[in-house]
Design a protein. Structure first.
Length: 373
C-alpha cells in the first residue's frame, strides 16, 4: 500500500504551503542520490518524496487526495517524474547541490585577473622610527612580458577561439539518471578555461604572458612607525593577466631592540643610574634622548625607582601632531668599595643624623692605615 503523503513529508494534515515546501526541501537535501551514502535506497525514497510534494503542493491535487486518497490523484507523479521541480522547484534543488560549482564554471578564466600582492620585510632602528628614513629595497616579481605585452602569443601570430569549448572555456556533460537529466559543467581541459588558444607561444615568456624580473624601489618610512607597521606600495606586486591590474607590495616593518630605550606606544622608557649624593642633594644631570642629550633636574631626596617625565621627548605620531613623552626612571647606586676619606665622611654624616656606627677593631684600623687609597 502506498505511504501516506503527509507521513512521507512529516507534516500535519493541516500544514500550510510554506511548511510543506520547507519540509520537502529538507528531505530532498538529505536524500538526494548525489549526496546520500546508500544511493539505491536514497533514489527510491527521493522519488517518493517528490511524488508526495507534487500532490500536496498543488491545491487541486491535494483536495482530491484528502477526499479520495491515492485514487484521487491517479497514483501521483506523471509527465516525466519531475513534478515538484517544475520551472521553479527543480532550479531551487539544482542550485542547492550544484549552484556554487555551476556558477564558478561559468566565470571564464579569459577575463582579467589581478596580480598577486607581495610582502617585503624591513628592520629599522628605534632612532630611524623616531626620525623617519628611507630604504632602498630590491626584490623579484612577475612583470608583464614586454615582447607579447602579456597575451602570451609571439608577435604577429594569431590567438583563436578554442575549438573544443567554442570559446566559452567551459565543457558541458549531460548525465541521464533515473530522476531525469543532469548537466554538469567543468573547465575546458584544452584551453584551461581561457576560451582561446595561442597558436605560437611567445618565445620570451613561453606563452605565460609574464616574466620574472628584479625590481628596485626606494621606500619612504614615515616618522613614528611602530613594530609590525606595514607600508602599501600600490601596483608594485605581481603583474596582472589578461588586462587585470597589478598587485601591491606590502613592506612590513620591524624595529630592532634598543640597547638603552624601550618603547611603550608613543612613550620611550629610560633607566638612569645616579650616585647617592645626587639623589640626596638633587641637581641637574644629562640624560640621553632619541635626538641627543638633554638636561634633567633631580629633586633633593630623590628615591631609587623615582620616575621623571620629559614631555614631548617621546615618539611622534605617524599621523602627525602629538608626540609622546620620555619616562626616566632613576636608580640610586650604592658603592661597593669606599676610600678611607669617603668612609670617614659617611660615618660623620651618619652620626650627624643620629645613626649608630659600628666602630672598627684595632686590627681593622691597622689594615686601613696600610691600605692604599
Amino acid at each position: 500500500m502506498p505511504a501516506d503523503y503527509y507521513d512521507v513529508l512529516g507534516v500535519a494534515r493541516d500544514a500550510d504551503e510554506s511548511t510543506i515546501k520547507r519540509a520537502y526541501r529538507q528531505l530532498a537535501r538529505k536524500y538526494h542520490p548525489d549526496v546520500a551514502t546508500d544511493k539505491v535506497a536514497a533514489e527510491s525514497h527521493f522519488k517518493e518524496i517528490n511524488e508526495a510534494y507534487e500532490v500536496l503542493s498543488d491545491a487541486q491535487k491535494r483536495a482530491n487526495y484528502d477526499r479520495f486518497g491515492h485514487a484521487g490523484v491517479n497514483g501521483g507523479v506523471g509527465d516525466g517524474g519531475f513534478g515538484p521541480f517544475g520551472a521553479e522547484g527543480f532550479g531551487d534543488i539544482f542550485d542547492m547541490f550544484f549552484g556554487a560549482a555551476r556558477g564558478g564554471a561559468q566565470q571564464r578564466r579569459s577575463g582579467p585577473v589581478r596580480g598577486s600582492d607581495l610582502r617585503y620585510d624591513v628592520e629599522i632602528t628605534l632612532e630611524e622610527a623616531y626620525a623617519g628614513t628611507t630604504r632602498d629595497i630590491t626584490f623579484r616579481h612577475l612583470a608583464t612580458c614586454a615582447t607579447c605585452r602579456g597575451n602570451g602569443a609571439e608577435p604577429g601570430t594569431l590567438i583563436v577561439p578554442c575549438d573544443r569549448c567554442g570559446g566559452t572555456g567551459i565543457q558541458r556533460q549531460v548525465r541521464q539518471t533515473p530522476l531525469g537529466q543532469f548537466v554538469t559543467q567543468t573547465t575546458c581541459a584544452k584551453c584551461a578555461g581561457d576560451g582561446q588558444i595561442v597558436q605560437t607561444p611567445c618565445s620570451t615568456c613561453r606563452g605565460r604572458g609574464r616574466v620574472e624580473q628584479e625590481k628596485s624601489l626606494q621606500v619612504r618610512i614615515p616618522a613614528g612607525v611602530d613594530d609590525g607597521s606595514r607600508i602599501r606600495i600600490t601596483g608594485s606586486g605581481e603583474a596582472g593577466m589578461r588586462g587585470g591590474g597589478d598587485g601591491d607590495l606590502y613592506v612590513y616593518l620591524s624595529i630592532a631592540p634598543h640597547a638603552v630605550f624601550k618603547r611603550d606606544g608613543l612613550d620611550v622608557l629610560l633607566d638612569v643610574a645616579i650616585a647617592f649624593p645626587q639623589a640626596a642633594l638633587g641637581g641637574e644631570i644629562m640624560v640621553r634622548s632619541l635626538d641627543g642629550e638633554i638636561p634633567l633636574t633631580l629633586h633633593p631626596g630623590t628615591q631609587s625607582g623615582s620616575q621623571y617625565r620629559l614631555r614631548g621627548r617621546g615618539m611622534p605620531s605617524v599621523r602627525g601632531g602629538a608626540k609622546g613623552d620620555e619616562l626616566v626612571t632613576v636608580h640610586v647606586v650604592v658603592p661597593t668599595r669606599l676610600s678611607k676619606r669617603e668612609r670617614e665622611l659617611l660615618e660623620e654624616y651618619a652620626r650627624a643624623g643620629g645613626d649608630q656606627i659600628e666602630e672598627k677593631s684595632f686590627f681593622d684600623r691597622v689594615k686601613d692605615a696600610f691600605r692604599a687609597d
